[in-house]
Design a protein around this ligand. Sequence first.
Ligand code: ATP
Ligand code: MG
Length: 474
Amino acid sequence: MRLGLRLQLLLALGALLVVAFVPLYFAVASIAEASLASARRGAARDLGRAVAGHVLSSAERGDVSGLLEAQLSEGGVIAIAIYDSAGSRASEAGDTDTLPARVTAGREVSQVVETDAGPALLVIVPRAGRSCAITITLHAASGRAALVRLVGLYTGVVALALLVFAYLAMTRLVVRPVEALSNAAGRVASGGRSLEIPEVGAAELRRLAASLREMTERLLADEEALRGKVRELETTTHELASAQETLIRSERLASVGRLAAGMAHEIGNPLAALLGLEELLMTGDLPADERRDVLVRMKRETERIHRVLRDLLAFSRTRTAETAEQGRADIAAVLAEVLALLGPQKEMRDIEIESDVPNDICAVSIPPERLQQVLLNLLLNAADEVPRPGGKIGVVARHDDETVVIEVDDNGPGIAKSARDKLFEPFFTTKEVGKGTGLGLAVCRGVIEAAGGTIAAGESPSGGARFSIRLPRA
Ligand SMILES: Nc1ncnc2c1ncn2[C@@H]1O[C@H](COP(=O)(O)OP(=O)(O)OP(=O)(O)O)[C@@H](O)[C@H]1O
Ligand SMILES: [Mg+2]
């Protein structure tokens, strides 16, 4: 978890003050303690001198031991003794263990000694050949504790005051302006676009606020520009969609027009011929062999109309089929049948047909007679285009994922550029009148799509046409 700026500041300031004030506290406490001890020693020495003077001068007059006893006091003089001129102890009172057994005559002594009750000052005062030794307690503990408390209290209060002052100053100078900036940036980030960014605090923070405002302004401008672009894009998309719709509608109309024109042409021509031939028959005076010839021609024209209508029906039936046609075709067997059908026909003369259908190729999901119809159409189309002699047609089948691909290649001139888009439309043909109706590929596509497959035209490696059929595996 990340701590807030205020708390971090408080902790840093606290640590700083602890580092600064704890040694200060110990230094001040030890100095004060030392000076207190020396003052206490001075006072004890003065007291000792006074008592010694009093005792030595009074001792000559009366009861020495009573006098000495009178000097003892709780927390003050703990032992007192008088020494003769030889330095030996003459009389004594109190805890005499704290007193020396002998003293050097004529030498004043003042030294700290350790007693059972704590540190004490031993004062030896010589006077007129004799000496008086006194031990006075220094009461180290009592005054010391109070002093330490005082110094502690003082440094604690000063440190606290400094902490509060520094914290308030830092909050005012840094934390509040940073918080204000952070809030403003947060508002911008969460979608607010107001430019209310406060310019408070130090120069650096003011500069930061100015940069933030500039950034927001630029953001607003960019956003507006982007919105404009989106609007433009929407309009363009809309226009594009309506243009596409118009295009589709006109394309559909054109297809219908082509379909109608094709039908009129394909059926109209033989009908006109039939009408003419009927006229001829109706004149009634034709010789028998001519009558027969006219009837044969009439039969041919009727058959043509029949064929066109049959193909058209096949095309429309496949178009309207709602469910895929059921069936299972063995590609090799169907191809063999197609080749057997085409073999004797004159269209296939001088054409080399190569087929590559592996034995392990899967059967495809289409009725066999439908596949036969498609392959027949494709091979007849190819036969119409390949050169003679030297015409070559190839049929290849292979697996591709879950489908089987059948390709029919030829070495003809390939599909004319202008024909590419309309190839599969009914009645589209480049062949001369009477040779093609333009229904072959339209029927092929209908049949293949009804079986759930696809058919596409492309270019063969020899530059001719390639028709690729993709059918689901059976
Ligand atoms: N293998 C091919 N190479 C080049 N062009 C082709 C090939 N197959 C078809 N085409 C072009 O596609 C057109 C349409 O072919 P489609 O089979 O639909 O009609 P058609 O062959 O002209 O007449 P029919 O109804 O008698 O089949 C052809 O007229 C031809 O221009
Ligand atoms: Mg054809």
